[in-house]
Ligand binder design. Structure first.
Ligand SMILES: *Cc1c(COP(=O)(O)O)cnc(C)c1O
Length: 431
């Protein structure tokens, strides 16, 4: 047999040099963190109604920056987006017996936060263009017990918020926006996270800006903000003593407090959000131009009126057009030294807790009131995940246009060899 050029079959990979790791740090993170080390105040929080109820100076400075940039009156820094989603649902009073409609195609925490309140996640299907919730499916999943819609702006593009908000108003539901993958993305001129009742963002290691672990929630509602602050900081002991113009009601608190070290990094990172986003978008544009027109590989579509901030670049792959199974195509790409994945994360309802409807040893709460979760529940999400989606997270700082050109070259090389891949598809290749 003729010697193959494909790295998968022993050829030379397009890219041997490793890509520079994310994130981008400079003297500003260093200066901010050192100023915390000089004081030794690692956390400014105390669980009482005094001035330390709202945390230390770095955490508050970060919250002020977020409020100003997004034009919202309240921002609540927390130690993860998972904590933020849970605090949001808790602040909104979601609890046992309630149903929350959520997308199955998201990071697991978007649905786990519902279970943390002993409420029931009900999965609606996604739209095959934005990969976010399909409003028609949402409408079909509403029952007398539905209280909320938890919408995720997946991969960096806004979900169809006009339709979602219209449903919510009509059916008297609250809306939480999971913006972990879409900080600064816009929907019809409005930033995501400012449209629903509460918006939640992540600062984990993999997100556009990061503090290692961390996140924040935003709202325009003073009572929701106070309730989230109580949830963040052992609110059950504080609630009788806080001064406010309204009754926040009883609340159960956790410890979702952000440290001053994280707050310090957040201050430096937040100032770079728009620059890092613009860099991502530039790299993606270059990449999409370089791989345009390849049969069977469809570039992501940004809906009119929206912006895309590309946490991931999602392609739709058509095996009928290339003659090569998707997973083999992705394997051939990875062998070329460029990071690609087949699909994103498996639809959540296929995870064990949902399949077995069980999270406690001696109780079936809250699944005793839940639907059975089965393969086939959300056919579009399953088709995208198991058959069509090809994703990469390569378009981000600190990578350069030359790096992205390597990635595009790898895609074109593998695509030019689909004939060979199709002919050898039955071969077992080592991974
Ligand atoms: C990353 C992510 C989360 C969770 O963020 P953490 O800060 O790690 O808890 C939630 N939802 C989505 C969509 C995410 O991508």
């Amino acid at each position: 047999m003729k010697k193959s050029k494909l790295a998968l079959y022993g050829g030379t990979p397009v890219r041997k040099k490793p890509f520079k790791p994310h994130p981008v740090l400079d003297k500003n993170e260093r200066r901010e963190v050192l100023s915390v080390l000089e004081t030794g105040l690692f956390s400014g929080f105390i669980a009482n109604a005094g001035p330390a109820f709202l945390g230390g100076p770095k955490v508050r400075k970060f919250e002020d920056m977020a409020k100003e940039h997004f034009g919202v009156p309240y921002a609540v820094a927390v130690n993860s987006a998972t904590a933020g989603l849970h605090a949001a649902l808790s602040a909104l009073g979601i609890g046992p017996g309630d149903e929350v409609i959520v997308t199955p195609y998201t990071m697991s925490a978007s649905a786990a936060a519902v279970l943390m309140q002993n409420a029931v996640p009900v999965f609606a299907d996604i739209d095959p263009v934005t990969f976010c919730l399909d409003p028609r499916s949402v409408e079909k999943k509403i029952t007398a017990r539905t209280r909320a819609i938890l919408v995720v702006h997946l991969f960096g593009q806004a979900a169809p918020m006009d339709e979602i908000m219209a449903i919510a108003r009509r059916r008297k539901l609250v809306v939480v926006e999971d913006c972990a993958q879409a900080p600064d993305a816009e929907y019809k001129g409005r930033k995501v996270g400012t449209i629903g009742d509460i918006g939640v963002f992540s600062l984990n290691q993999h997100k556009t800006i990061t503090t290692g672990e961390g996140g924040w929630a935003m709202t325009r509602d003073a009572r929701l903000a106070l309730r989230m602050q109580l949830v963040r900081n052992h609110g059950e002991v504080v609630v009788d003593h806080v001064k406010s113009d309204f009754d926040p009601g009883p609340v159960l608190g956790w410890n979702y407090r952000m440290t001053e070290l994280e707050g310090a990094v957040a201050v430096a990172q937040f100032a770079k959000l728009w620059k890092l986003t613009a860099h991502r978008v530039d790299l993606v544009r270059r990449f999409l131009k370089a791989v345009a027109g390849l049969e069977g590989l469809m570039a992501p579509v940004t809906r009119a009126g929206s912006t895309h901030v590309y946490f991931l670049v999602p392609f739709r792959y058509d095996a009928a057009k290339t003659g090569v199974p998707r997973d083999l195509f992705v394997k051939a790409l990875v062998a070329e030294g460029v990071p690609f994945g087949a699909g994103y994360v498996r639809p959540i309802y296929l995870d064990r807790a949902y399949r077995e409807r069980k999270i406690y040893e001696r109780s079936s709460m809250p699944f005793d009131k839940a639907p059975k979760y089965r393969r086939g529940d959300c056919p579009v999400a399953e088709r995208m995940h198991f058959e069509e989606l090809v994703t990469t997270n390569i378009c981000r700082a600190p990578l350069s246009p030359a790096d992205i050109d390597d990635v595009a070259r790898a895609v074109r090389k593998v695509h030019a060899a689909v004939g060979e891949l199709a002919a050898r598809a039955a071969e077992v290749v080592p991974t």
